[in-house]
Every structure is written in structure tokens, then in C-alpha cells.
Design a protein. Structure first.
Length: 182
């Protein structure tokens, strides 16, 4: 990761905005979620995002301006089922967002996170192909969202990102509350 960031900064000496959107999910019931699964999810979802934010953040602090936007899952608030590493890493990103904001806001660096709404489900159920049994959820938890047609659409996510990035020239965060998850 450090080599990647070094090459990135060599090719682009001034990075004002970082949209930190990394993620992987590996499903297994918590009692069966092995260390390799845990370590891989934490490496991608938390460690890589921290290293990118830290290294890009150094330049934004020096310049006294910049924005870092993390993407988290709604599972950072809800926990999820059969995804302990994913849920934990997203909760950690939420806390990292606040920690970096608390530290860097005085330097003019704006750190926030966005949490997209529930996405339209795929045809594959999360437990299919994993050897796990479907969780006993009772009624389908997505049913109210499906009926209301309130699934996240890519254009809505794009609008949310644009909202976070609008007035990109206002990199001193005069218009933003820092450390929040939108």
C-alpha cells in the first residue's frame, strides 16, 4: 500500500480530495469466521483506507486544505449477519472518520463519510455458495424497502458524493460539519 501511495504522490503531487471507497466482504457465521477471513477483510476495509488517508492527509495538512470522504456500509450501524469482519471494519471506519476529523479539522482538512442506503438485492442470496444455511430472519427484512422502492440506485449515490464534493474549491471546510456520516 505504501508503494502505491508513493507512486500516486509522485505522479500527482497535490491531491486535494480523497474518496476512500475500499471494501470486501467474506461471509461465514461468527463462530466459523476464521482468522484468514478476518485478516483479509480488515486489511482491505480498514488498514488500506487508514494508510491512504494518513499519507494523503499529510499533504492536505501541510497545504491547510483538503477533503477525505470514506464510504461505509449501513452495517456499521446494524451489525449484519454472517459478516463479522465486514461489520467491524465499517464500524471502525466510522470511528476513524471522527478521529481524523477531530485531529485534522483545525488544519482545514474536512473528513466525512457517506453510508449509501440499501442496494437493490442481487439474484444470489448472501448465503448461497458459502455452505451456510439461510439465517432465520422471519419476514424478509428487505420487503418494506422493496415495496417502497427505496433501494439505493447508483445515481442517488453519485448525487450524495457530488453533494459532499460540491464547492470543491471550498477546501477549507467552511460549509461542512466534520466527522459525520451522511
Amino acid at each position: 500500500m505504501k508503494a502505491f501511495v508513493g507512486q500516486l504522490l509522485e505522479n500527482h503531487s497535490c491531491i486535494d480530495i480523497l474518496v476512500n471507497n475500499a471494501g470486501t466482504i467474506l461471509r461465514a457465521p461468527a463462530a466459523e469466521h476464521g482468522d484468514k477471513l478476518w485478516d483479509k477483510v480488515i486489511a482491505v476495509n480498514l488498514n488500506a483506507q487508514f494508510v491512504l488517508a494518513r499519507e494523503i492527509g499529510k499533504g492536505t495538512i501541510e497545504r491547510g486544505r483538503g477533503k477525505i470522504i470514506f464510504t461505509v456500509s449501513l452495517l456499521s450501524f446494524q451489525g449484519g449477519i454472517t459478516v463479522p469482519g465486514y461489520a467491524a471494519s465499517n464500524g471502525a471506519i466510522e470511528q476513524l472518520t471522527m478521529a481524523l476529523s477531530n485531529e485534522w479539522a483545525k488544519s482545514g482538512v474536512c473528513v466525512n463519510a457517506i453510508a449509501p442506503a440499501t442496494s437493490k438485492p442481487t439474484t444470489r442470496k448472501p448465503w448461497e455458495g458459502s455452505g451456510s444455511k439461510p439465517p432465520n430472519l422471519g419476514a424478509n427484512p428487505c420487503e418494506p424497502m422493496r415495496r417502497a422502492q427505496r433501494f439505493q440506485r447508483p445515481y442517488r449515490l453519485s448525487r450524495k458524493r457530488c453533494f459532499e464534493l460540491c464547492d470543491w474549491h471550498d477546501l477549507n471546510c467552511r460549509r461542512w460539519l466534520d466527522g459525520k456520516v451522511a
